[in-house]
Design a protein around this ligand. Structure first.
Ligand SMILES: [Zn+2]
Length: 508
């Protein structure tokens, strides 16, 4: 049994059921009611926003035998025939398929003949910008002297590619991207009618991915129903779309923040093994970084599109990352997406984009990152106390702790709101060999001094120990203006940090 595509089943039958384009629907209905229709319309806008649906409705309205307040009745013989694509006087031309040469020539020959079935001949030319020059010229001839019984509806996603001579003879309507909540509402209506259960996260994920296009959203829903049956969850949507979940994207960003190279390669490889498209991985990451940027610069505007489950984690990451870095990240990943076209090694393009970002670090690109210098044993032998000003070490933080950092912060908040507030400015820079290093930028000296008090360090250690189950030492570090750490370390401290507590240390 063949099964009609959902978007065909839910094709809006009237202007008032076209979502998100009220400004256009109202104008067209008025034009029909007052009999002030133009000879040619140009419908511009992103894909799936209702251009073809509106063209069909307009074609029905001008041929309807029982017009209902400017809307087609969908009951009369003409409306029904048009709905069934079985009406001789509504001709659809897809300019994308063969660039329209034969069709436009045919159109020019036949346009003079009166309609055979209805009141008006309607030509709907989809993707009109794809017409050849020759076809445009032929079309222009008919647009210059259109017979009264003809209506042209041209639709395009790229109006800038249409010759001015054509544009000037059309009344233009710009279709908007449909907002996410409007798409979600419509999908909710459809699933209800189809008797399908879908989780809210799954529904919103589809709506967000459609990026303003209703037809795409309905197509994805259709595929999800085919894939998952009568109960759709978020993971089904992710499988169908081949997208990377927000959770997985957030974990990937953590590896960038923590400069955890090995984890990065493993994660990217996992995505590829799961069959995710590399372009899609990049797009999902770009989209996620954009959300972080919005959280950072415009948190109160209604622009953020993240699932509620991802929000806490995203806020925490947005706080940790400078605007400059997020901008750089979006740019670098977008460049990688472009580079994919010229590469037959897409995974390497993906990996190097992230490695580049990690090498530069998340700090504003003021200082070049220098490799941490290995302490020279000969120099150390000479003095018992070494004062070292070392470059910001890109220490690899244990990913587990980074992932749980919001949990650490939550627990600290429940014990001391004040400490939590000061700790907000700290970055967990490293967690290894039982030592957690918290780093403060130079402008947060006051925060550093407060956190660095004995009782506060103890409280943090206690919380981390609760989570990791092992004793931990917490050290706070303050960067100087160049982003370096100045610290007084005994040689034994330095050696313990390098080799761990268990190694017996003997200073000669
Ligand atoms: Zn009708």
């Amino acid at each position: 049994m063949s099964y009609p595509a959902l978007y065909r089943v839910f094709w809006p039958p009237t202007f008032s059921e076209v979502r998100g384009q009220d400004h256009i629907s109202t104008t067209l209905k008025n034009a029909i009611l007052t009999e002030r229709l133009a000879h040619a319309y140009l419908f511009c806008g992103p894909r799936g926003t209702g251009k073809t649906s509106s063209a069909k409705i307009l074609a029905k309205a001008v041929n309807c035998l029982d017009l209902q307040n400017g809307e087609p009745c969908n009951q009369c013989a003409n409306c029904r025939a048009i709905n069934e694509d079985n009406f001789l006087d509504v001709l659809e031309i897809d300019a994308a398929s063969n660039r329209g040469i034969d069709e436009i020539r045919d159109l020019r020959d036949k346009v003079r003949f009166a309609p055979s079935q209805g009141k008006k001949k309607v030509y709907i030319i989809d993707e009109v910008h794809m017409l050849t020059n020759e076809a445009f010229n032929a079309l222009l001839k008919t647009l210059e002297e259109p017979p009264a019984h003809v209506l042209f509806i041209l639709a395009t996603t790229e109006p800038q590619k249409i010759p001015l001579t054509i544009l000037s003879r059309c009344q233009r309507f710009d279709f908007r991207k449909i907002n996410t909540s409007e798409i979600a509402n419509h999908l909710a209506d459809i699933v209800q009618e189809e008797g399908v259960a879908i989780s809210e996260e799954a529904l919103n994920a589809i709506a967000r991915k459609a990026a303003g296009g209703m037809r795409d959203a309905i197509s994805v829903l259709d595929q999800c129903i085919a894939f998952a049956g009568a109960r759709i969850e978020l993971e089904h949507v992710e499988m169908v779309l081949g997208t990377v979940s927000e959770e997985a994207t957030a974990a990937l960003i953590d590896t960038v923040i923590g400069q955890d190279y090995s984890r990065l390669f493993v994660s990217l490889n996992d995505f590829v093994q799961q069959g995710k498209d590399i372009k899609q991985i990049l797009r999902d990451c770009i989209q996620y970084c954009r959300q972080l940027l919005l959280l950072k610069v415009a948190p109160k505007e209604q622009l953020i599109e993240l699932s509620p489950d991802s929000m806490d984690k995203a806020k925490q990451q947005a706080q940790a990352l400078p605007v400059e870095f997020l901008g750089r990240m979006i740019n670098r990943l977008a460049t990688a997406e472009k580079d994919l076209r010229y590469s037959n090694q897409p995974q390497i393009v993906l990996e190097t984009a992230f490695v580049d970002l990690m090498i530069q670090g998340t700090e504003p690109a003021v200082q070049a990152v220098t490799e941490p210098q290995k302490p020279q044993r000969t120099a150390q032998k000479k003095e018992q106390t070494a004062t070292t000003a070392k470059p910001v070490q890109k220490l690899v933080a244990s990913e587990e702790l980074l992932q749980q950092w919001s949990e650490v912060m939550n627990r600290i908040k429940s014990k001391s709101v004040k400490l939590h507030a000061f700790l907000n400015e700290a970055k967990p820079a490293a967690f290894q060999n039982g030592e957690l290093i918290l780093r403060f930028s130079h402008q947060y000296k006051f925060h550093y001094n407060t956190v660095n008090q004995e009782e506060n360090l103890r409280l943090i250690a206690q919380v981390v120990q609760e989570l990791t189950g092992a004793p931990v030492k917490v050290t706070a570090e303050l960067e100087n203006e160049e982003g370096h750490i100045k610290q007084e370390l005994t040689l034994a401290d330095e050696a313990r940090r390098m080799f761990g507590e268990d190694v017996p240390i003997e200073i000669i």
